[in-house]
Each structure stands twice: as structure tokens, then as C-alpha cells.
Design a protein around this ligand. Structure first.
Ligand SMILES: Cc1ncc(COP(=O)(O)O)c(C=O)c1O
Length: 504
């Protein structure tokens, strides 16, 4: 049942209207660029200084077309200033624009008690209860906030070592190392593991930090279709049979890079099949659990627990503390030799400042809570609550007729909106109803698959979820967003995109 995932395709008219929508705004963009060029419209974008007019432009003009002409019109829906804890409800600072979103002005008013269905606060550890945060406050008093050194030099604190033991223990592996930033954990550690003459097989929907790490490494990168085992096996077979591109010598190493839960799709990696493939072809596996650690598995131990596979079958376990733990930073875990090697070879270990002490203690506190080491059952309660909230919310959305992507286990719930105009209308309408949503479009998603991405939390009460669902139902009808044909179809499975792509 773990593999039941839904990727219903849009009806044809939706795809046509979406392209048409982008076509129209692009056309207007060209017209306005022309008006700017001839001086009929004021140009707000960064321009070359007068005394450097004969230089090659520093700000690539045409590449900013999308930002200048499409994003600018709708950017009131992003980067809103928040003036409270980003918990299950939050407060926003009201702002208005007098020049069509080129600049914003704060009105001084606050929009209170907006239900937050966008933050990655899966287990509700983004909280400000002083009792819960007591140890974090004590640690801050003892160690201060900044470390002012790297782990290699003067920044190796006792609480860092405590955290690393706890992480390894939680994950069921020999050892772990933590880093101050999740993004850098990927982008700086992949180059420490592979390089020229190595092959990276990367899922097409991998996060930018993984892509950047892969590119920095200098290894050859091949991209397989999202979670598609046929595509992965084909590449593995080809890699083993043919070797390196020109010389045909065997690849030095093959590293498969995947994520636990994909943050824009809500899909769960097909871990058992990938492990079987990696063993068959003797490749290594790098698993990024940014969105799955804490969030799935009966005791929050991520996708290895969800599928009941041995965590030691994953060569490199990576994750971040920015989501389920309400903190910041990342970890790499696995065999002791792997971690010891990274301690001295990874740029983010040697050249970046160590993790801040209050952040470290926040993660320790969250981990102890999840492992029941705080003497309570609060951790397990939160994990169960999150699973219950995710299933409830997904089931209700499906009933309403929205197209949602992903696995029933996933707390990331993307609702497909497709057309650019609808995306913006949806976000504005939801905020008018005091519901804070995240909407995403190109380039974070394919151009025709813009969506709203909901992240559920154990801190959401049933009442909050019902309010969100009630408004979603109304807004869905009003903006005609209920695109799913499953309800009316006698063969609902035919609406699904299949992944049976035999060799082509
Ligand atoms: C899969 C994945 N890996 C890595 C990161 C980067 O982590 P951080 O935001 O903690 O720097 C993210 C962030 O969203 C992510 O989704």
C-alpha cells in the first residue's frame, strides 16, 4: 500500500488554457519591454549606471524577462513579512503597493491569526512555549549564540558531540556529523564523495542543493525520471555495460541520489526497489530525508522505517533540521568511516562555522522528545497526529474533486492549479479568508503544473483543518479548481500518469 501514489493528469482543456495564459502574459511582456525601451513606460529594473553604458550589461537583461514581466505582477503573494512565530497560526504585516508591485509599503496594520498551512513545521516544534524551550534558553545562557569558529578549530562543542550521538542513535546507524546549514550539507558533501570519472544518477525532481553538489563535484550527471525504476535500471545497466563516455573504462563510482519525500510532489521514494537495484549493480545510495525525517514512519525515523528497510543499506543518509525539528542545519549519517572521512574532507566541516548552540539544543530537545527520552509520550503523539492530519486532509480534498499529487502518507500536499491567473487569485482569496498558503510555479515546477503546496503539521487542530477545507471548497468552486475526473470516471486509474515506460 506504500506505493499508492496519485499523479492524475490535467484534462486537455486545462493544459491548453494554461499555455494560452502564459502566451498572453508573455505577449504583454514583450509589448511592455518595447514600451520601456522607447521610454514610454518607466523602467524600474536594475540598469547599468550612466557612466558604464558602454560596458557589457552586468544584469543580463533578457534572462530577467520572466521576473520582470510575469513575477512582478503577482509578487505580492510571496515574501510577505511575518511578525510572529511561524506556528500553526501566525501574524502577517499588511503591505500595499502603489506602483504595481515594484515596491511595497507597510500600512502598520497586522493581519492576525492567519492559519499557516505553508511552513515545514511537520511536528509542531516551531513553538515558543517557555517551558518547552527552557533547555534552549539555558544553553544560550551557557554557550552564547555564535560559535565563532569551525568544528576543526575551536568550534567543536560538547553539545555538538551529544547531538551527533543522538542523531546516529535515532537513525540506527554507526555515526553522524551535523552541519550549520542543510543546503550546504548537500552542496558541500557530494563533492567530497564523488568527482571526475564518477557517475551520479539523480532523480529529475531532486532539490537544488543536490543538483548544485552534483555539479560542483565534477562527476558526470545523468538524470532519471522521477521515482521511475525502469528509467533508473536502464541507466544503471548502461553505465555498468558501457562505462565512461569516451574511454569506456568502468566508472570509478556510481552514486544514486534520491530524496525521501519530494517537497513539490508529496511523493515517497521507492526505497526498497532502489536498494535492490543499487545492490544488483553495486552502486552507492545517497538519500536526502529533508522532508521525511521525523515526518513519516511509526516513530518518525523516516522512509527507512516507513518501508521497514535496514538503514545501513543506505550508504549516505542525509537530512535537515529545518523542517520536522523546527531548527536549522543538516546531518550526514552512516558508517563511521564515511563520517570520519567527511569530518576532514568536507568543505562545510572544515571551512564553515559550527552550528549555533541554541539551534543545537533545540534539535537535541526535539530528538529526545521523539525518542521518548524526555520521559513523555508527546513525541509519539505528535507523529501520530501528523499522520492522522495528513490522511484526513488528503481524503477530504480528493472527495472535493481537487487534483492532488503524492502518497497518502505524505504531509506535503500539492493541489494542482495549472493556470497562472488562478494561482494568483487562489493565493489572494485564501489570504482574504485568513489562510496562509504557499503557491509555486515555474521554475520550481514544470511550466504547466503550477500548484499550491500545503504542509500539514501535528500542531494543526481538527478545527483548523476543517476551516481550511471549508474555504478551499468554496474557493475551489468559485475559481473552478476542481479538475479531477476520477469521481466521474468508471476507470479512475486511467486518469493516472503511468510509469510503465519500457525500453525505448
Ligand atoms: C530535499 C531538500 N534538501 C535540502 C534542503 C536544504 O535545506 P535547508 O533549507 O535546511 O538549508 C531542502 C530545503 O528545502 C530540501 O527540500
Amino acid at each position: 500500500t506504500k506505493y499508492i501514489e496519485s499523479f492524475e493528469q490535467a484534462p486537455m482543456y486545462v493544459a491548453v488554457m494554461t499555455y494560452l495564459g502564459y502566451g498572453i502574459v508573455t505577449l504583454f511582456g514583450y509589448v511592455r519591454d518595447f514600451l520601456r525601451a522607447v521610454g514610454l513606460e518607466k523602467c524600474h529594473v536594475a540598469q547599468e549606471r550612466d557612466e558604464q553604458k558602454d560596458f557589457v550589461p552586468l544584469y543580463q537583461d533578457f534572462e530577467n524577462f520572466y521576473t520582470r514581466n510575469l513575477y512582478m505582477r503577482v509578487r505580492d503573494n510571496w515574501n510577505r513579512p511575518i511578525c510572529s512565530l511561524p506556528g500553526p497560526v501566525f501574524d502577517l504585516m499588511e503591505r500595499v503597493s502603489d506602483d504595481y508591485n515594484w515596491t511595497f509599503r507597510l500600512t502598520g496594520r497586522t493581519i492576525h491569526n492567519v492559519i499557516n498551512v505553508g511552513s515545514y513545521n511537520y511536528l509542531g516544534f516551531a513553538e515558543n512555549n517557555a517551558d518547552f524551550l527552557k533547555t534552549v534558553a539555558d544553553t544560550t545562557c551557557q554557550f552564547g549564540v555564535g560559535v565563532c569558529s569551525t568544528r576543526q578549530e575551536m568550534g567543536n562543542l560538547s553539545i555538538h558531540e551529544e547531538l551527533e550521538k543522538l542523531v546516529a542513535n535515532f537513525l540506527g546507524v554507526e555515526s553522524s556529523m551535523t552541519f550549520g546549514m542543510g543546503f550546504a550539507t548537500n552542496s558541500m558533501n557530494i563533492p567530497a564523495l564523488v568527482g571526475k570519472g564518477c557517475l551520479i544518477l539523480s532523480d529529475e525532481l531532486n532539490h537544488t542543493s543536490l543538483i548544485l553538489g552534483a555539479r560542483l563535484s565534477g562527476a558526470t550527471i545523468r538524470v532519471f525520471k522521477h521515482n521511475n525504476m525502469h528509467s533508473l535500471e536502464k541507466m544503471l545497466r548502461e553505465a555498468v555495460c558501457s562505462g565512461q563516455t569516451r574511454t569506456h573504462r568502468p566508472w570509478k563510482k556510481i552514486l544514486i541520489i534520491v530524496e525521501g519525500i519530494y517537497s513539490m510532489e508529496g511523493s515517497v521514494v521507492r526505497l526498497p526497489e532502489i536498494i535492490a537495484l543499487k545492490k544488483k549493480y553495486k552502486a552507492y545510495l545517497y538519500l536526502d530525508e529533508a522532508h521525511s525525517i521525523g515526518a513519516v514512519g511509526p516513530s518518525g525515523r523516516g522512509v527507512t522505517e516507513l518501508f521497514d528497510v535496514d538503514p545501513t543499506d543506505v550508504d549516505v543518509m542525509m537530512g535537515t533540521f529545518t523542517k520536522s525539528f523546527g531548527a536549522s542545519g543538516g546531518y550526514i549519517a552512516g558508517k563511521k568511516e564515511l563520517v570520519d572521512y567527511l569530518r576532514s574532507h568536507s568543505h562545510s566541516a572544515v571551512y564553515a562555522s559550527a552550528m549555533s548552540p541554541p539551534v543545537t539544543e533545540q534539535i537535541i530537545r526535539a530528538l529526545k522528545c521523539l525518542m521518548g527520552k524526555d520521559g513523555s509520550t508527546e513525541g509519539i503523539r505528535r507523529i501520530r497526529q501528523l499522520a492522522e492530519n495528513s490522511r484526513y486532509f488528503r481524503a477530504r480534498l480528493k472527495e472535493m474533486g481537487f487534483i492532488i499529487y503524492g502518497s497518502d502518507d505524505s504531509p506535503v500536499v500539492p493541489i494542482l492549479l495549472y493556470m497562472p491567473g488562478k494561482v494568483v487569485a487562489f493565493a489572494r482569496e485564501m489570504l482574504d479568508r485568513r489562510i496562509g498558503v504557499v503557491v509555486v510555479g515555474f521554475p520550481a515546477t514544470p511550466i504547466t503544473e503550477a500548484r499550491a503546496r500545503f504542509c500539514l503539521s501535528a500542531a494543526h487542530t481538527r478545527d483548523m483543518l476543517n476551516q481550511v477545507l471549508h474555504h478551499l471548497n468554496e474557493v475551489g468552486d468559485r475559481l473552478c479548481l476542481k479538475f479531477s475526473r476520477r469521481k466521474y470516471s468508471s476507470w479512475p486509474d486511467l486518469c493516472e500518469e503511468t510509469d510503465f515506460e519500457l525500453d525505448s
